[in-house]
Design a protein around this ligand. Structure first.
Ligand SMILES: Nc1ncnc2c1ncn2[C@@H]1O[C@H](COP(=O)(O)OP(=O)(O)OP(=O)(O)O)[C@@H](O)[C@H]1O
Length: 277
């Protein structure tokens, strides 16, 4: 079966006054309808890998790959416009701080309605009803009130749920979530992970979950890519971290107390409430 995403020898560089900064060097992996974690220290190239796949690098960035395919689509052969269209529908990315992704001068409800209307022909009343049900689906308890708020009026956790609601509108096949929970407190973090988990299980979405937190990634994801200095130094099944061979990965694991006994420190995967997206 064709993988959802095929990445071979992906490189991302940034020309600077002092020379080319090689942020991503020869990254290769495939992704099915599963959760793939990308872990590594700050500056290791995790975000730029995600951005290069999404086509969200700045115009001066030098992006190349032997293969960068989404299903059967060669992403590097698409025009910026085609890439944008794909992003609005079949590919999506959520970032650590939702405030950077939401329009600050438009209410949350209006933003969801506008996104809906670019995908579906709906009356404004039906669009509003659907937007409210999207907010409910991401466990926002008071959707009518949140509908009328501006992004700066909601908390980080609420903003992240709103971003996921907007993404549900598009129903992407692939989501790249870049540190989506690192600014959130633990209970809100669990809710967001729970929602992402359901998207993978119930909608068959592929998820790339970028984080510096190996403990979180190994609990939540099926497979883990470990990045160091722009390269993938190790690819592991999340349940087999103890088989890591690279000294950098081994060092990360040494920092995790009781990794084997504590395989699922987050109860998220057991908290499967019976609701559908
Ligand atoms: N526009 C840019 N110009 C020059 N260098 C850049 C640019 N954007 C990123 N880089 C460099 O690319 C490297 C990888 O950055 P990236 O953001 O992917 O790291 P990261 O692993 O996601 O780190 P963090 O966890 O801190 O977000 C870093 O050395 C960074 O300084």
């Amino acid at each position: 079966m064709t993988p959802l995403l095929t990445v071979e020898n992906l490189k991302a560089g940034f020309p600077t006054r002092t020379g080319l900064v090689e942020a991503v060097r020869g990254v290769s992996f495939t992704l099915g309808r599963e959760r793939l974690g990308i872990v590594g220290e700050s500056g290791s190239g995790k975000s730029q890998t995600g951005r290069a796949i999404m086509g969200l690098t700045p115009p001066h960035a030098r992006i190349s790959a032997d293969t960068l395919r989404f299903g059967d689509t060669d992403l590097l052969a698409l025009s910026p416009r085609q890439r944008r269209r794909l992003r609005g529908k079949r590919l999506a990315m959520i970032l650590q701080d939702p405030k950077y992704s939401l329009n600050p001068v438009m209410t949350i409800g209006r933003q969801i309605v506008e996104t809906l209307l670019t995908h579906e022909k709906l009356s404004s009343r039906d669009a509003k009803a659907k937007a409210l049900s999207m907010l409910e689906a991401v466990q926002i308890r008071d959707p009518e009130r949140v509908f009328g708020l501006y992004p700066h009026e909601v908390s980080g956790g609420m903003g992240q749920r709103v971003m996921i609601a907007m993404m549900l509108v598009c129903g992407p096949e692939l989501l790249i979530a870049d540190e989506p929970t690192s600014a959130l407190d633990v209970t809100v973090q669990l809710d967001v992970l729970d929602i992402l988990d359901r998207l993978v299980r119930e909608r068959g979405m592929g998820l790339i979950f970028v984080s510096h937190d190996l403990r979180l990634v190994s609990s939540f994801c099926d497979r883990v890519l470990v990045m160091y200095a722009g390269r993938v130094v190790e690819e592991l099944d999340a349940s087999r971290l103890s088989e890591a061979k690279h000294p950098y990965t081994q060092g990360l694991i040494d920092c995790l107390p009781r990794i084997e006994a504590d395989r699922h420190p987050l109860p998220v995967l057991q908290r499967r409430k019976e609701w559908s997206l």
